[in-house]
Design a protein around this ligand. Sequence first.
Ligand code: MN
Length: 394
Amino acid sequence: MTKVDIPEDSLYGLANLPYGVFSTPGTEPRVGTRVADSVIDLGVLLGDDVFTRPTLNAFMSRGHEDWVATRRRITELVSGDVPAEAVHEVADVTMHLPIEVADYVDFYASEHHATNLGRLFRPDSEPLMPNWKHLPVGYHGRAGTVVVSGTDIVRPCGQRKAPAEPAPTFGECRRLDIEAELGFIVGTGSELGSAVPIEEFERRVFGAVLVNDWSARDIQAWEYVPLGPFLGKSFATSISPWVVPLLALTAARVATPIQDPEPLPYLREHEPWGLDVDLSVAWNGHEVTRPPYREMYWSPAQMLAHLTVNGAVSRTGDLYASGTISGPDKNQRGAFIELTWGGAEPVDVGGEQRSFLLDGDEVAITATAPGTDGTRIGFGSVTGRVLPATEAQR
Ligand code: MN
């Protein structure tokens, strides 16, 4: 038996206990939790086969009561002596995609981001579309290209046409960008033909991850009218490997900004709440922006209610992301197209002036939030490095 040492300032104290899927050399991926600088093998700790699986889906599908009981049990066991064979150093493990992604939806819930993008993409009209304050705007993304943090991102190719060009050309993306977002994972789904009432959010959503919604702005700008994002987004979406349980985020709840006009009844919450999560985006190791999740206009519960209000099925493993997180200040913008105002105002990245991503660049998004015991809890990071387009693509 051994004891897990937890320094007071650890972002992975007992208030966090995120779930992830890890392996050590020569072993199969399985479920663990992170405590300080250790990864605890939950199959060994709890003696439950559901944690020997290569994704969290089977555990998540057991439902909210089980999530509460499991979290309580882990807290008790980790506070005492744990079997030495259950404990691995973080540095010794490989992290994997934590869930089998069922469907993937991306929203557009930041008023600051939607306003900035509206100005950039449609300079001659109102930045917010007439529907924006009545419903959480979203689109269906591609579940199969959701990848875990650390996966290299190959520069996509596609059709591009700058406004001044007479015709589209095919080639590699020239305006490769990021979107810093929070993603919510559905633990227990809903039947075809039934809507998830807004108050069921807490029982159905298991946890949250960091999301980088890589975006090819030139491909997107040419293709997106009238049906929305398609190939400019679906080449890659990265998520962080540790799923922070919603149960760990109770102290991070904050009221959303005032919603005016009042939403329709199915989107009405007694007090709509978001999360006080502070994100940081590092470009080649240099912090360039700090997006605040507390600024998001639509709440995560409103997003889930809207996603299912037409009777669409939701399933264990569904991932829905918030959309780019941007605050009111320039250094709070969660996409480089906003941060550099379409490339017109480059930012300093370690002495170099940058607007969009170059081959070899690496982006790391990290985040923390207040924990229930007065400490801060960490989401870890979602990273990715840009590789050149391949000859086969071109
Ligand atoms: Mn997005």
